[in-house]
Design a protein around this ligand. Structure first.
Ligand SMILES: [Zn+2]
Length: 312
């Protein structure tokens, strides 16, 4: 959908509201009180009323818009931009384009959308051959850390640790020196607090199937992985060989870093996950083309956002 189509399809608040309701009805409305899926639509209150227990919820309740005061059309515009731009855009840019007075609600809206992207991708379990590595992303130093001397390298207060997993599956084609041709599938990037073996093993266990094969370096953080998958193939990987031995995670990490650097500045560590959600969501749906708007709409009505703004 290009900009002209978007504008003619969603010319005003009423058209956006009607379309949002259509998406919600298609996905099914669930009563948060009793779990029933049968509802009356109360047009005068713009709410759903549960047929079983009478509980009422607004059109926005339990969706990405839960608790939001912003117009539906703002959300539609944000979803359109998030799914039609190659890289991304900043909240400052969107605020300027919308001519909205305050920055914070626009910034929150984008993070709420990134939150449902994460929820959606969180449902997916990786399988096949999985490359696994850690990425170290530059983030803004926390205020209470600013006076402390900066540690260098891996332990630096300015780097956030991210566990990266990329699955690949064999495709038809000739076997070359590198082996049978493989195509990358889904990608996951998860911010982690530490590199303890226990932390990593538990996260990997939650995100990949037991029949998977894992390729990684021989870090001690990974030594329990062989207990939870079919095969773990740790290798000594010299720094200049990483692109060859773990090609997909390597490309993904450097592309994500470039996107963050180009579009956003001074990302606080607690919000890094949201930006990575967007990066992975787009990567995982890179062949969807025009359907991406639809997909993000469906995720937006299906998941209540869990974004929490920490302004304390
Ligand atoms: Zn109910």
């Amino acid at each position: 959908m290009n900009l002209l189509n978007f504008v003619s399809q969603y010319p005003d608040e009423a058209s956006c509201k009607a379309k949002f309701k259509e998406y919600r009805d298609q996905q099914g409305v669930v009563c948060p009180h009793c779990g029933s899926t049968e509802h009356y639509w109360k047009q005068d209150k713009e709410s759903y009323q549960c047929k079983k227990c009478g509980y009422r919820q607004s059109l926005r309740a339990n969706t990405v818009m839960h608790g939001s005061q912003l117009p539906f059309r703002y959300w539609f515009i944000a979803i359109h931009l998030l799914t039609s731009t190659k890289k991304s855009f900043s909240a400052t840019e969107l605020q300027r384009q919308l001519g909205h007075k305050r920055y914070e609600p626009i910034w929150c809206m984008l993070h709420k959308l990134r939150s449902v992207m994460g929820e959606r991708d969180g449902q997916y379990t990786l399988s096949g051959v999985i490359e696994l590595d850690e990425g170290f992303f530059s983030t803004e130093t926390e205020d209470d850390q600013k006076d402390k001397p900066v540690k260098r390298g891996r332990g630096s207060q300015k780097k956030s640790k991210v566990l990266v997993m990329a699955e690949s599956h064999p495709v038809d084609g000739k076997t070359t020196k590198k082996g049978k041709p493989r195509q990358v599938g889904h990608l996951k990037m998860i911010v982690i607090d530490d590199l303890k073996s226990q932390t990593i093993t538990s996260l990997v266990g939650k995100n990949i199937t037991k029949t998977s094969v894992i390729d990684s370096d021989n870090s001690t953080s990974y030594r329990q992985l062989r207990d939870i998958v079919e095969e773990h193939r740790p290798k000594v990987i010299p720094k200049n060989e990483i692109g060859k031995m773990l090609p997909w995670v390597h490309i993904a990490i450097s592309n994500a870093k470039r996107m963050l650097l180009d579009v956003f500045h001074d990302i606080k560590p607690e919000y890094l996950q949201y930006y990575l959600n967007e990066f992975c969501y787009k990567f995982n749906r890179r062949y969807f083309g025009e359907n991406l708007f639809d997909r993000l709409m469906i995720a937006s009505v299906s998941y209540k956002n869990h974004f929490r703004y920490n302004n304390g």
